[in-house]
Design a protein around this ligand. Sequence first.
Ligand code: GDD
Ligand code: MN
Length: 368
Amino acid sequence: MRVTIVIPAFNERDNIPLIVERLEKLLPGENWEIVFVDDDSKDGSREVLMRLSREKRHVRFIRRIGRRGLASACLEGMASSDADVFAVMDCDLQHDETILPAMLRAFEEDPKLELAVGSRYTGQGGGTGDWSKARVFVSRFATRIGSIVRKTPLTDPMSGFFAIRRELFEETVRSMTGKGFKILLDIVLSAGRPLRVREFPYEFRTRQHGESKLDIVVAFEYLYLLADKMFGRFVPVRFVLYVLAGLSGLLLHLAVLGMLHKLAGTPFVTAQIAATLTAMVSNFLVNNSITFRQQRLKGGLLVPGLLAYMVICGIGAVVNVQAAEYLFESQIPWWFAGAAGALVGAVWNYAVSTQIVWTWLPGVLRKR
Ligand code: GDD
Ligand code: MN
């Protein structure tokens, strides 16, 4: 049985040689290799990886330029290998590598085994490393809500430490979202059937070098993953976020309008224009930081992005009114015509601003 150990690494210079050394001591024979997937780290990881892969036959690496993401790094590491079993573990030594030989042996002992998972929450497992109370709470909570959509019971579905048989990888790889941190959960959800799994308890360790990359963005991506698996078939999650951002804009609009017109005595039309502009700017910022988080505009791209967004939404408003008017004149009830017009406008705004504001524009402006 051939094994590839995929190790995602982002700014882990000091940890890379340590983990190689530890795995060499643990894994006998020739039938294994380590693949580091490095997202163009700026800490000198590349030099370390070059040196190790020259010196050692069972160490190689993939370098991704201009891309980030733990889950996609793991996917690409696995996709680059011809092994029968892939193991995934962190580079920072928080995962206890001494259970790895037992995890791999399990695949030889049980030819039907599909997944072996290192778990912090079963048997003798445990430990929260250097995590804060808040992080522990969020992690437990995430574990709970995750169980709503799973068909395979796992005590630690957030685990980033597991091994998977190639067949299961091939079966699920095309349905995975590849986003965020939760690749194991992504696999289990994408399989959509109960899997043959064994869990291996271990003690989560404290990180010695470098720092954690998990932040609020990652937590958000996790919710996104769950929502996508639950409703993604019916409506794109992103469109729902876009509509929610629009509703927040509507509330803001009414608040500004009320304040200017009722409290400050501004003429209605002036107040309505001010409220519309405020809501547009707010919608743009909310969408930019939430809905389009992965391709967020920053710095010098913000102002051109905002202007393009306002033009597109202006056209969207015209489309909305035209559609509503057409329906209204065809004897359709006023509220239905109005709502349908708004929906058409929202779809227009969403589709066109996705393509222009968050895809085409940043590409063109960055090239210059
Ligand atoms: N290539 C690449 N690209 N690697 C990354 C990226 C990225 O964008 N982000 C993180 N990594 C690597 C890190 O270098 C590390 O080896 C590993 O992925 C885990 O990242 P950490 O930043 O150390 O994560 P953590 O310790 O906070 O999270 C741990 O707990 C989670 C469970 O809630 C990890 O074990 C996760 O795998 C696990 O899901
Ligand atoms: Mn870590």
